[in-house]
Design a protein around this ligand. Structure first.
Ligand code: SAH
Length: 394
């Protein structure tokens, strides 16, 4: 196996547990040629630090797989890691009320660059680099023996040119019939594992949906912005919300949201589903003096529409102050972000800035992070990307 020397700073980081090898970490960047290659990391005195694989992904060029010089990285290595991860989700498999959850969360489960979700018998793998994709057969093989296995689907996230976009994401086993209906705490969600990058539900928001349903929604008028398929609204209606208003720019969000209501036998005609820019909706709502009891904000980290570009790090304060203007007094704002580049502290500062701009007082009601099945890596803070704050407008 080749040995690759790291710069002193990078070696220091790896020694302290950081699992990602950054782009500028190598002393000689030409040493690694083919993605998937395994290599030993050494410091400037040639001391062994870790064994890693080469895979290009955003800021990184590879992930540490082992810190044991003698450990071999082969089929049984992958089997062991995935088996351990499956064991940690044993209680999820036992619960008939929730049939979709994450069974492998990349660096949180010991192998960066790949996540695996379970959707009612079907396993969906997200590959984040060509390097980890090189080990696909070892991983398929373990999943074939996993509980309730019916089939495997996959997304090649490393394909930035869109080469695979039109392709079939089905890998092996039995094909699912779409929409596939999964359950989350007894609610139904329609998902599709073979239609673009997103499946119809974001599993990492399970606990937030639970809170909205159980603690906040009763008899409330709920504005769900960046609503996608309306997953938060389904939860709100189960919790007894008076009505939901769903706003998303994507044309298909309308039929997909109607579908989520229908598969739960909720009255979809009584809900509002608007295909429009959230920022235009804010203006519209203000002009018509609309006010809501609950406003949910779950924007993408970056988005570009015809008129606006939105980046959470820059524009969240503005989003908050726009929201304040259409939230009732003592109403609740659910502010969410999945931007991995900053933590909760910075997020709260952005929120605070928004309230200050509007000259309005507020109270933090509660905070949410990733659920149990989305295991994080304490040496890699970016893995704890989800931050949600429930706020009361005073
Ligand atoms: N809250 C959703 C997930 C949101 S994903 C859920 O829980 O399922 C982000 C969504 O924001 C996408 O559906 C995208 O179409 C939408 N979006 C991005 N920019 C937008 C804008 N300016 N106005 C309205 N929707 C937007």
């Amino acid at each position: 196996m080749i040995e690759v020397k790291l710069t002193n700073q990078a070696a220091q980081n790896i020694k302290q547990g950081y699992p990602l090898i950054m782009k500028d970490a190598l002393v000689d960047s030409k040493q690694l040629k083919k993605e998937g290659t395994l290599f030993k990391i050494v410091d400037s005195s040639n001391n062994y630090l870790a064994t890693a694989y080469y895979g290009i992904q955003n800021k990184g060029i590879g992930w540490v797989l082992s810190r044991n010089k003698k450990e071999t990285i082969d089929a049984s290595f992958f089997k062991e890691k995935i088996t351990q991860a499956l064991k940690k989700r044993e209680n999820f498999y036992q619960n008939p009320e929730t049939t979709a959850f994450r069974i492998f969360n990349s660096e949180g489960d010991g192998i960066g660059g790949v996540t695996i979700d379970y959707y009612a018998g079907y396993y969906l793998i997200d590959w984040y680099s060509e390097g980890i994709y090189a080990y696909r057969k070892d991983i398929y093989h373990v999943l074939e023996t996993a509980q309730n296995y019916q089939g495997i689907y996959e997304k090649k996230r490393f394909d930035k040119q869109g080469k695979y976009i039109e392709q079939d994401d089905f890998v092996m086993g039995e094909r699912a019939e779409f929409p596939l209906i999964i359950k989350e705490n007894g609610m139904n969600y329609a998902v599709n594992l073979n239609d673009g990058a997103m499946t119809g539900i974001f599993l990492d928001q399970r606990n937030v949906r639970g809170l909205i349903r159980n603690k906040y929604a009763h008899k409330k008028l709920v504005l769900n912005t960046f609503s996608y398929t309306g997953a938060f609204s389904v939860a709100a209606l189960y919790g007894g919300a008076k009505k939901t208003i769903n706003v998303d720019l994507a044309k298909r969000s309308k039929v997909m949201t109607e579908e989520q209501f229908k598969v739960n036998e909720l009255d979809y005609e009584a809900q509002e589903i608007r295909v429009m820019d959230v920022f235009n909706y804010f203006r519209y709502a203000k002009r018509h003096e609309l006010e809501f009891d609950i406003v949910i904000l779950d924007p993408p980290s970056f988005a570009r529409s015809k008129k606006f570009t939105f980046s959470t790090a820059k524009d969240y304060p503005e989003l908050i102050s726009d929201t304040i203007a259409i939230t009732k007094q003592n109403g609740v704002i659910v502010a969410s972000t999945n931007n991995a580049s900053f933590g909760m502290k910075k997020f709260k500062q952005l929120i605070d800035q928004g309230f200050k701009q509007s000259n309005v007082q507020y109270k933090i009601l509660e905070e949410e992070y990733l659920p149990e099945d989305f295991k994080t890596n304490k040496n890699y803070p970016e893995s704890n990307y989800l931050k949600v704050v429930f706020l009361e407008k005073l």
